[in-house]
Structures are given as C-alpha cells and as structure tokens.
Design a protein around this ligand. Structure first.
Ligand SMILES: NC(=O)C1=CN([C@@H]2O[C@H](COP(=O)(O)OP(=O)(O)OC[C@H]3O[C@@H](n4cnc5c(N)ncnc54)[C@H](OP(=O)(O)O)[C@@H]3O)[C@@H](O)[C@H]2O)C=CC1
Ligand SMILES: Nc1nc(=O)c2c([nH]1)NC[C@@H]1CN(c3ccc(C(=O)N[C@@H](CCC(=O)O)C(=O)O)cc3)C=[N+]21
Length: 279
C-alpha cells in the first residue's frame, strides 16, 4: 500500500498565515535580522526565501551581507550591534560560515533572547532540561508535521538518523519530551538498516542522497526526510529513497515540499515568540 504523503508546504502555509495573523495584532512589527557571510549559492537562496517569508508575514526583516573575507571580529561586532538594537527581535546567522570563523563563538555571541535558531548553549540547555524557550526550527517543524499528520510520538519507537547540533540532537530531545522511545544513529552505528527497521517513526537527517532504502523501512512506519541534497542534474533529493520507502511506509514527507518549508515557518514563529517575550 502506498504511503500517505505529508504535505509540508500546506502545513507550513497554514502556520505562516497563523503567525501573520498574530503579528497583525501587535503594536509593532517583529524584527528579524538574517546575517549572511560570503556567497555560498545555496545559502543565498535560503536567505532570500527567509526574507521573503518574513516580509509576507508583516515582519520587519533585514538581510545583512558580509563579504567572505569578513573577520570573526567584524561578525561579532555586527552581532553586538544587533543584540543592542531594540527593533531586532530575532538574529539568524546563516550556516555554514566561511573557514576561519568559529561558528560556536558566533552562536555564543547572540543574545539567547534573540536566538531564533535555538542554537545558543542557554537554549540548548533549556531544551535538554525540559524547559524549552527558543527551539531549533527544523526539528520543531518536524514535530508540527507529525502532529498535523495525526502521528503521536508517545510510546512510539523513534529513530533519529544523524546527531548534528542543528537537527539530530534537538530532534531527539523533542521526541523524548513527547514521550517517544528514542534511538540516535550516526556514522559509527553498527547495522544502520536494522536500527531503522525497528522504528515506527524514522527521521533521516544525514545529508546522504537517498541513503535510506525501502527495505530499511518498517511496514506502516512514518518516515520524515530532513535531507536536502542537490543532484548533478540540479534537482533536490532527500536522504530517503522516496519511491521505495513510500511503497512500504504508512506516511512520508517528500523533498522538496516536506520539512524545508516548515523550517522557514517555524523561524517566523520563533521570531514572534522572541518578540512577545521581549516587548
Ligand atoms: N529541511 C531543512 O530545513 C534542513 C535540512 N537540512 C539537511 O539535513 C541533512 C543533515 O543536516 P545536518 O544535520 O546539518 O548534517 P551534518 O553533516 O551536520 O550531520 C550529519 C549527521 O549524519 C551522520 N552521518 C553522515 N553520514 C552517515 C552515514 N553514512 N551513516 C550514518 N550516519 C551518517 C553524521 O554522523 P557523525 O556524527 O558520526 O559524523 C552526522 O551525525 C542535510 O541534507 C541538510 O542539508 C539541514 C538543516 C535544515
Ligand atoms: N543558521 C541557520 N539556520 C538554519 O535553519 C539553516 C542554516 N543556518 N543553514 C542551512 C540550513 C538548511 N535550511 C533550510 C531551510 C529551508 C529549506 C527549504 O525551504 N527547502 C525547500 C526547497 C528549497 C529549494 O528549492 O532549494 C523544500 O524542501 O521544499 C531548506 C533548508 C535551513 N538551514
């Protein structure tokens, strides 16, 4: 039986509309500052999409571009200025940063109250301790997709493939907070296929095109594909071999049109949360 397709684009559009409606009731426009260092083509596309979505929601959004040659000190000085700016509610520094800039030092410099990526150690700790404030957008978007699809994590066996700070780890923390039984797999995991096959909820965030095969998926399982991989032909594919997996899964997210649009919608929601907490 073919899997139900979870329409991230539609869920994200509904969330963006809700955020815009809430923003319209405020006496100010929530402010989002997106910082892009260098000219990475993929980052430029993402940053443009973020700015467009923020403007469409009625936010005051600015993208600040620094040349690839910018020093860490220059970037830290910019962040200090944005931290002080009362019109800025959210600060996002697009990753990856050019070599020579320490991303952890940059993330630590962002005021945790404006850290709409949820990457600052204070926000990471709050999530780990079960008292979340600003939660990373991509895993937060995945939880909303599960909810929208009527899939309850409570008591379910969930497998998170990937342990990065921006996706895998916070994803596992959110699933645990939602009472799933969570396993985290990574590049040192023995027999990945067998681990995946045990999962009722399988979240792939590895960055390896179509690595998760159809026979890694348990019949009826929910498959959430976080991966964004560019093919030689210029297309986008996920970390899951979609056609094979969709033939086995109960529900599945496509790429594009799955998790990606949720990330942007959750960024807007985080900016609204940060604004409401500050003003
Ligand atoms: N849709 C969206 O909004 C977003 C999508 N992405 C996409 O999600 C994917 C993951 O991103 P991110 O977490 O930043 O990636 P990272 O490269 O930071 O992390 C990848 C993780 O996958 C693990 N891994 C890599 N290769 C293998 C393998 N062969 N077998 C098992 N595990 C492996 C790594 O293990 P180890 O730790 O052992 O090295 C690591 O934990 C990418 O495709 C990225 O483009 C990312 C952010 C947002
Ligand atoms: N500080 C920081 N925060 C991030 O959240 C962050 C980041 N850096 N660096 C890069 C990753 C990646 N990421 C995506 C966001 C939206 C889509 C998205 O909208 N994807 C569309 C397709 C877009 C396309 O066609 O290229 C989709 O999947 O349908 C994808 C990926 C956020 N990231």
């Amino acid at each position: 039986m073919a899997a139900r397709v979870i329409d991230g684009k539609a869920v994200a559009a509904a969330l963006r509309a809700e955020v815009a409606a809430r923003a319209a009731t405020l006496p100010y426009a929530p402010g989002l500052a997106v910082v892009l260092v260098g000219e990475d083509p993929a980052s430029q596309v993402y940053v443009r999409n973020k700015e467009r979505a923020a403007k469409a929601a009625g936010f005051a959004s600015e993208t600040i571009r620094l040349p690839a040659s910018a020093s860490q000190a220059e970037l830290l000085a910019l962040i200090a200025r944005l931290n002080r700016d009362p019109a800025v509610d959210g600060i996002l520094v697009q990753l990856p940063l050019p070599a020579g800039i320490d991303p952890q030092a940059v993330i630590r410099a962002i005021d945790p109250a404006k850290d709409v990526d949820g990457f600052h150690p204070d926000n990471v700790a709050a999530l780990a301790l079960g008292t979340p404030f600003l939660v990373p957008c991509t895993p937060r978007g995945v939880m909303k997709l599960l909810a929208a699809a009527g899939i309850a994590p409570r008591g379910a066996r969930a497998l998170v493939l990937g342990r990065s700070n921006i996706v895998g780890r916070p994803m596992a923390a959110l699933l645990l907070a939602a009472d799933a039984t969570v396993t985290i797999a990574h590049s040192r995991t023995r027999d990945l296929a067998a681990e995946c096959r045990r999962a009722e909820i399988l979240i792939a965030a590895v960055g390896r095109a179509e690595m998760v095969k159809g026979d890694w998926v348990s019949p009826g399982a929910t498959v959430i594909d976080v991966g964004i991989n560019r093919t030689a032909a210029g297309g986008l594919v996920g970390d899951v071999a979609y056609a094979e997996a969709a033939a086995v899964a109960g529900a599945i997210t496509p790429v594009p049109g799955g998790v990606g649009p949720m990330t942007i919608a959750c960024l807007l929601e985080n900016t609204l949360i940060a604004a409401a907490a500050r003003r």
